[in-house]
Structure formats: C-alpha cells, structure tokens
Design a protein around this ligand. Structure first.
Ligand code: HEC
Length: 102
C-alpha cells in the first residue's frame, strides 16, 4: 500500500510539472536532432525546419504523422520510427520551451 501511494504521488507530481513531457529528458534525446535542426532547434540550414518555440501540440502531431506515415519524408520517417510516445512528448516540450532566433 505504501509503495502504491508513493508511485501515485510521483505520477501526480510529474503530471503537474510537465503535462506529460519532460523538457530535461527531451534535451538529452534532442542530441540526435541537433545535427540537422540545430542546437535547441534553431536550425541555420533552410532545408531543416526551426523547431525552437514551435507549439508543443504541433510538434507532437508532426512527429506522430511521420511515424504513422500520414506525413511522408524519408529522413524524418526514419527519425520518428524509433520514438516512443514519451520520447515525442519530451522532445516536443523541450523544443517548445526554446527561444527561436527568428
Ligand atoms: C538528417 C537530418 C534530420 C535529423 C537528424 C532530424 N530531422 Fe527533423 N526534419 C528534417 C527535415 C529535412 C525536415 C523537413 C521534412 C519535411 O519537409 O516534412 C524535418 C522536419 C521535422 C519536423 C517538422 C517541422 C515542421 O515545421 O513541420 C519535426 C517536428 C522534426 N523534424 C523533429 C525532429 C526531431 C525531434 C528529431 C530528432 C529525434 C529530428 N527531427 C531529427 C531533418 C532532420
């Protein structure tokens, strides 16, 4: 019983703090994205969209679309294929929290 209470308290706290995504975890996972999208999602290469400051819900939607094939791009399909729902939430919260340079 005690373990159950601690577990539900942790879940409740995580939910309040990050609404499903964890920006710190997202920053770690974003190491795989930096080469193309720039550090913090501030891409300097026109072909690679700026992710910094983009809406969280848009990023979640875009990554799921690449993953399930409703949005087709060979590069991003490969990148999104290995992401779990949690990875997508973490990455979206992280990039949404970054300041865009635009
Ligand atoms: C090899 C280069 C490359 C890597 C690595 C890469 N991307 Fe992309 N990404 C692209 C390109 C090119 C596009 C534009 C594709 C298109 O036209 O749909 C894109 C598009 C996106 C979009 C849609 C943006 C928009 O404005 O609609 C998101 C979100 C995204 N990438 C997230 C990520 C994440 C998260 C990672 C790391 C897990 C990542 N990308 C890694 C090249 C890359």
């Amino acid at each position: 019983m005690k373990k159950l209470l601690i577990a539900s308290a942790l879940v409740a706290t995580a939910g309040l703090a990050h609404a499903g995504g964890d920006a710190a975890a997202g920053e770690q996972k974003a190491a795989a994205c930096n080469a193309c999208h720039g550090v913090g999602g501030n891409s300097t290469i026109a072909a690679n969209p700026i992710l910094a400051g983009q809406h969280r819900s848009y990023l979640v939607q875009a990554l799921n679309a690449y993953k399930n094939g409703t949005r087709t791009n060979p590069i991003m399909k490969g990148m999104a294929a290995g992401l779990s729902d949690q990875d997508i939430e973490d990455l979206a919260v992280y990039f949404a929290s970054q300041d865009g340079l635009k």
